[in-house]
Design a protein around this ligand. Structure first.
Ligand code: SAM
Length: 320
């Protein structure tokens, strides 16, 4: 097993199926242009092959399918059904929910148990302003359909000052009423926010969020697994919410994440532009792949930082 000085190793793999997205969220995409996929994206069969070898070389046991928007690519069905056949402890999917109704059947057939759905507001006008694509009612109908299938859901919300911070309580109550765990993601200095004043003016800290929620509900901090990125809170008799407090309580020192982009690059750290191409490696005879991959993983682990400094890489290219 490859382990670094801080005891970190890769356990959890995020696979970006495509960089294309049917949204252009203001905090993710600078120019508002949608559906831009990366050049030379790998087919589902190659991504599945990469996952199989990464499992053997790094001991990956958790996998999240992400993007871009994973449901927009025709690769989605083959990848989801394929990955559910692999001996992984946990497979989950992050989606903006816009195409969940259309993909309901393959999601059911695959047996996947958990989904994270990104939803920043319950207000249709604000939804259009923030996502710059899609339709709120379609997402809400998709969420209902996934609840009917019995899936365990989390909703991801990125709170932005003076934009959707008024949606914190409505979204929290929507989730508590449905047994969904709401995850607030503190705004990250990624892409165009890495070196911009916009980050400071839009950032909502964990302390501010807890003030907003504390004005309405009593809550207590509760346990989270060792390598969880979320700080979790329980509202007695109501449910649980979490905050991914990237700035307020950074989790870099226990990070176990590895990212595979749709064009075949491994990223060991969100706070580093360093990446390693593995697309060509997958074409080698099987006995040559593992030793080469182990060398690459050692280098990717060395890219992990001890604190998050922000990075110009756009989230949708490497998988949020
Ligand atoms: N399209 C899918 C979705 O919307 O969930 C998956 C990809 S998206 C990049 C994954 C997550 O990253 C979303 O929850 C999104 O809100 C979040 N995200 C993107 N840019 C971010 C930023 N600068 N700070 C915090 N979260 C961000």
């Amino acid at each position: 097993m490859i382990v670094d000085k801080l005891g970190r190793r890769f356990r959890s793999l995020r696979v970006s199926l495509t960089a294309a997205c049917n949204y252009a969220c203001t905090y993710c995409v600078p120019d508002g242009k949608r559906l831009m996929k990366a050049q030379d994206e790998l087919p589902a069969s190659e991504l599945l092959k990469a996952v199989t070898y990464l499992q053997q070389a790094a001991g990956i046991d958790k996998l999240r399918i992400t993007g871009g928007e994973p449901l927009v690519t025709p690769k989605f069905d083959e990848f989801l059904l394929g990955v559910m056949q692999l001996p992984l402890d946990d497979v989950s999917l992050t989606t903006n929910g816009q195409l969940l109704l259309k993909k309901k059947e393959v999601i059911r057939e695959s047996g996947i148990a958990r989904l994270n759905i990104s939803l920043d507001t319950l207000n249709p006008l604000r939804f259009r302003q923030l996502a710059r694509g899609g339709d709120l009612d379609t997402v809400l109908a998709g969420i209902d359909a996934m609840l009917e299938l019995g899936l365990k859901l989390k909703i991801n919300m990125v709170p932005l000052r003076n934009q959707n911070d008024g949606d914190v309580i409505p979204l929290l109550e929507y989730c508590l009423d449905r047994g969904i765990e709401l995850r607030f993601i503190e705004l990250m200095r990624m892409g165009h926010l890495a070196h911009s004043n916009t980050f400071q003016s839009e950032f909502v800290s964990m302390a501010s969020l807890l003030d907003i929620i504390g004005a309405r509900y009593e809550f207590e901090r509760t346990d989270a697994p060792y390598d969880s990125t979320a700080v979790r809170f329980r509202i007695p008799d109501k449910g649980v919410f979490g905050i991914i407090a990237n700035e307020s309580e950074p989790f870099c020192r226990s990070c176990t994440r590895l990212r595979l982009s749709s064009d075949g690059y491994l990223y060991g750290c969100l706070s580093s532009t360093r990446k390693q191409y593995i697309g060509d490696l997958l074409q080698l005879p099987p006995h040559q792949i593992l030793p080469r991959l182990q060398g690459i993983l050692l280098s990717a682990l060395g890219d992990k930082q001890t604190s998050f400094q922000g990075e110009v890489t756009i989230m949708k290219f490497i998988g949020g």
